[in-house]
Design a protein around this ligand. Sequence first.
Ligand SMILES: [Zn+2]
Ligand SMILES: [Zn+2]
Length: 407
Amino acid sequence: MSSSWTMNSPVHPFPPSSDPFIDLKLLTRRCPLDNGRSVFTNPKIGPNSQNWSDSYLQKLPLEIYHACLLDMDIESLTVMRRVSQFTRSAIDDLLQYKDLYTHAPQALRACLSTQVANHIPLRRLHNSLSSIECYYCKTAPEPRIEFGGYLSLFEGRRSCLFCLGNNPELRPVELTALLCSRLTGSIGTVNNMALLKTIPGTYSPTRISVTTRGILVRGPSRTTELSNKERGTPVDEDDHKWKTYHHPLMTPESECNLDPSIHYLLPDDTKQVAQRYMTALRFPYLTSDRSFADWGTLCLDCALSMAYHERYRKIVQEFRRRHHRDSPASLQTRNFFNRIRKKACSRYVSKIARKDAKLLTLKEGQKAGAGMRMSMANHQRKHVGETLSDEERRWRERHRPKRHHKR
Ligand SMILES: [Zn+2]
Ligand SMILES: [Zn+2]
């Protein structure tokens, strides 16, 4: 740890660098979509043209034809758009396809560029666009409602920042590592897995540059039988006592050390951590009236509170080490930091999307309103009445950026 850490050093909770996940600008360059750009010289063949009824698909009633298209995957639809002008316009005119192309074209580009498009039906991707909550939080053993500002590409589901960085369900594993493990089974099983081809770029807050393409698979179901040694950790990482959450936008240097023991090994190395960032991208929520795409905003006060406590503990740790006293984190300390890191991951929606959040329920038959905690206006009221030490209050004011960089 650097001895330059003082409470007064300039700080921004999250350095306003570029996105640590898949770069949206890079996607535009890598995967140009042709929608609306192609000009045809030949006339469009339609239902009144000769030999039209020779095609089984085209002679279907239009509603059934559209229903079939909705259940097709993104890759097949992209290929089908090359078949004829009629097929292309039938796909382009689908409301769900149009919504995605208009409000989240980067999601289509990312699915195609990472080659997961053949596993993601249009209906599911559109459902993710028009669902406000994180799929993985909602389907967790202890379900909760959280705004998800990202798209996880493994299944094409909406995810929150916290799940992308911490949910074991979304932990990627390199295909080569999987094939070398004793769980390989037969090579044929690989055909049934959703393989994600990574895009060269810069990932994670530590700005790891990746120049070659690798293949990732979604890990949990394939790795549960790996021994702790194979996973690189001397303790059972599923044991909640050892669980340490991380904030995906914070560099490891900005976080205080929460190791439970002196020679504790982290379950994932830097490369494995960076792989999580290669599987997701920012993803807006399309409101129910389809008028507004909400990307959500992080709460600056939650971020400043986290940054204050991380720094405070780092200074205490440094002092202890200088006096030859190591300070492994107690369960209570880890729980405290896990809580504030998780809270600072939350994104909040604007007034427009708040109307939709208000209608959310966690389970059937429950009173609506479970999603109100994702409203920024509601959340900020909590900060008005919070009890802070004078030192923390002054620190937050001193380090509050003049113009909050919205991310
Ligand atoms: Zn989540
Ligand atoms: Zn807050």
